[in-house]
Design a protein around this ligand. Structure first.
Ligand code: SF4
Length: 293
C-alpha cells in the first residue's frame, strides 16, 4: 500500500527519487502572486499519530530509503520540537537514510532561534529549499512575497550558520520589462551576500488561475520579457554575482528557454561565454511547447 497523499503534492526536481512525507498541508503564507501551488488548500499541520503511522508503514515497504523530503510548501513552519521529534523518528526507522530536506520561507527560518535550528540539524534535517525569487525590494513587493532582500539574506546566512545546505530558487522575468534591471541587480546582490550552496534559475510561468491577480498586484505595469531578454537577464545575473565561495548554479529547469549550469566562482567566465554562444545559436532555445513547470 502506498501513501495516500493530499493533492496537489509538490517537491523540488532534485527530490524526484526521494520518499515524501506530508507533515504540513498547504503553505502558511500562500500569498505570493506568481504561485498557485497551494491555492486549493488551507494550511494545516498534521498530527503525530497520522505521521507516525505513515512513517511506520513506509519503513516496512522501503527500508533502504536514503533521501526523504518533508512536504508541503513550508514544512519548516512546524514548531522546532515537533520537527525534531519527526526527524529523529524517521532516522530511527530508516537505517540507511542520508538526508532529510524540506521547503522553507525566510520567515520560517527567522522565527526560529539559532539553537532551535541547530537542534533540528543535529537530529538530521540537512537541507532547505528556499525561494529567493528576486533580490529587488520593488519586485518582491509587487509579487507580495512577504520577504525583503534583507530578510532573505539574513535567513539564508542564519540557516547556513546552523549547518544547513541551502538550495535557492530565483525567477527570471519576475520584474517584467520595467523592473528587469532592478530585478537582476538586486538578485545578484542577494546571492553574493548569502552565497547559497545551490542556486536554480526558473523562468516566470503564470498559470491562468493566478494571471489576473498577478497583473493586478503589479498595478498594470507588468509586460512579460521575451526569450532574448531572459537570456540577457541570465547573462546580467551571472556577470554580477560576486563570490569566492562555491555556488552550484543551474538554469536547467523545464520553464527556461535556455539551459546553463556551472559552479561559481571557477566557471563564471565559461558560463558567460556559453551565453554569448547561445545568443548566436538561437536554435538551442527550448521550444515553447516543451516548457512548463
Ligand atoms: S512561493 Fe512558496 S511561500 Fe509563496 S505562496 Fe508559493 S509555496 Fe507559499
Amino acid at each position: 500500500m502506498m501513501l495516500n497523499y493530499d493533492a496537489p503534492l509538490y517537491r523540488p526536481p532534485s527530490e524526484a527519487k526521494s520518499l515524501i512525507f506530508q507533515v504540513t498541508l498547504g503553505c502558511s503564507f500562500n500569498e505570493c502572486s506568481f504561485c498557485d501551488m497551494y491555492r486549493s488548500k488551507e494550511y494545516s499541520e498534521r498530527p503525530w499519530e497520522e505521521i507516525k503511522i505513515e512513517i511506520d508503514m513506509m519503513a516496512k515497504q522501503l527500508p533502504d530509503t536514503t533521501r526523504i523530503f518533508l512536504a508541503d510548501g513550508d514544512a519548516l513552519n512546524l514548531d522546532a520540537n515537533y520537527m525534531e521529534k519527526i526527524v529523529k523518528y524517521i532516522y530511527e526507522k530508516f537505517p540507511k537514510l542520508e538526508r532529510i530536506s524540506c521547503y522553507a520561507m525566510p520567515m520560517n527560518i527567522l522565527k526560529k532561534t539559532p539553537e532551535e535550528l541547530k537542534k533540528m540539524h543535529d537530529a538530521g534535517l540537512n537541507m532547505f529549499y528556499l525561494g529567493i525569487e528576486s533580490g529587488s525590494d520593488v519586485v518582491l513587493k509587487k509579487v507580495t512575497k512577504g520577504a525583503t532582500s534583507k530578510t532573505i539574506i539574513k535567513s539564508v546566512n542564519k540557516a547556513k550558520d546552523a549547518g544547513y545546505i541551502m538550495s535557492c530558487m530565483i525567477i527570471l522575468g519576475l520584474g517584467g520589462k520595467k523592473y528587469s534591471k532592478e530585478h537582476i541587480q538586486g538578485t545578484a546582490e542577494v546571492i553574493s551576500a548569502c552565497t547559497p550552496q545551490y542556486v536554480g534559475a526558473l523562468t516566470l510561468y503564470l498559470e491562468n488561475g493566478i494571471k489576473d491577480e498577478f497583473l493586478q498586484k503589479y498595478s498594470g505595469e507588468f509586460v512579460q520579457i521575451n526569450d532574448d531578454e531572459a537570456l540577457n537577464e541570465l547573462e546580467g545575473l551571472l556577470d554580477k554575482i560576486k563570490t569566492k565561495e562555491e555556488i552550484i548554479f543551474r538554469a536547467n529547469h523545464g520553464s527556461n528557454a535556455y539551459t546553463i549550469k556551472g559552479t561559481f566562482p571557477q566557471d563564471k567566465q565559461k558560463m558567460l561565454e556559453h551565453i554569448r554562444w547561445m545568443r548566436e545559436h538561437p536554435e538551442v532555445v527550448r521550444p515553447q511547447g516543451l516548457r512548463g513547470f
